[in-house]
Design a protein around this ligand. Structure first.
Ligand code: ATP
Length: 233
């Protein structure tokens, strides 16, 4: 479904991605792991066309998306839950949910407001509240719901549980498990590795702008050296 090959990216003269390559099959949940500043967010932003790649190839569903504008990439079925949530502060919860909703791919059983509320019942009681008055947890659930309402084939979550209380984090992971059961492919960037080990099929460890290790959760649990060297625990 997704294949990155030798992707390079720069911020001005400073290179951030040095031949990023990995692939994901439909229905899989994968993580991008690595210490701060290793290029995880840049990889995601390059996939979404937010950062312009300077070389390589990104194929999604057989189509080359590298170099395409962000709106086109989103319309092809990649939904981003961005770092920092980026909820529209002056729109209500309901307006945030529907503002970018679409079904460009003509999914037979699309995500609706009711389906999002079934996933996150907390949101249903706050429909009229302005985005900036929601708690961090509510904003995160809303950011996920908003991305689902674009009916993507691939959902990407960048630091979705950062700064959230453990109970809220568990709700987010439980929701992801449900979303996954519905057949969605998911890429997660997160620091809460123990939770990720439970829900992920595959991990890609990123070091200085490239993938240096890949394997399953069982592989990662068994490989103390990789964890120590690249993840620091
Ligand atoms: P974190 O978990 O801290 O977000 P990350 O693995 O997502 O880390 P990136 O944010 O992709 O890493 O950063 C990769 C490299 O690119 C770092 O050296 C960072 O300083 C640099 N970088 C990221 N964004 C910019 C920017 N807007 N301008 C210049 N350099 C940047």
């Amino acid at each position: 479904m997704l294949e990155l090959k030798d992707v390079t990216a720069h911020y001005g003269t400073s290179q951030a991605l040095f031949g990023m390559s990995f692939s994901l099959e439909a229905g899989q949940v994968a993580t991008l792991l690595g210490r701060n500043g290793m290029g995880k967010t840049t990889t995601i932003h390059t996939m979404m066309g937010i950062v312009k790649a300077s070389g390589g190839s990104i194929r999604f569903g057989g189509e080359e998306i590298l170099g395409q504008p962000s709106f086109r990439i989103a319309n092809l079925g990649i939904g981003l839950v961005p770092e920092g949530r980026q909820i529209f502060p002056n729109l209500s919860l309901m307006e945030n949910l529907v503002a970018t909703a679409s079904n460009h791919l003509g999914v037979a059983d699309p995500w609706t407001v009711d389906r999002v509320f079934a996933l996150f019942p907390e949101l249903e009681t706050r429909t009229g509240s302005m985005g900036n008055l929601l708690s961090g947890g509510e904003q995160q659930m809303l950011a996920i719901g908003r991305a689902l309402m674009t009916n993507p084939r691939l959902l990407i979550l960048d630091e979705a549980t950062e700064g959230l209380a453990p109970l809220v984090r568990q709700k987010i992971w439980a929701a992801l498990t449900e979303i996954r059961k519905a057949g969605m492919s998911i890429i997660v960037v997160d620091k809460n590795l123990s939770d990720l080990l439970r829900i992920s099929d595959r991990h890609f460890v990123v070091q200085r702008g490239q993938v240096v290790w890949t394997g399953t959760s069982a592989d990662l649990q068994a490989d103390a050296e990789v964890r120590q060297r690249y993840l620091g625990f």
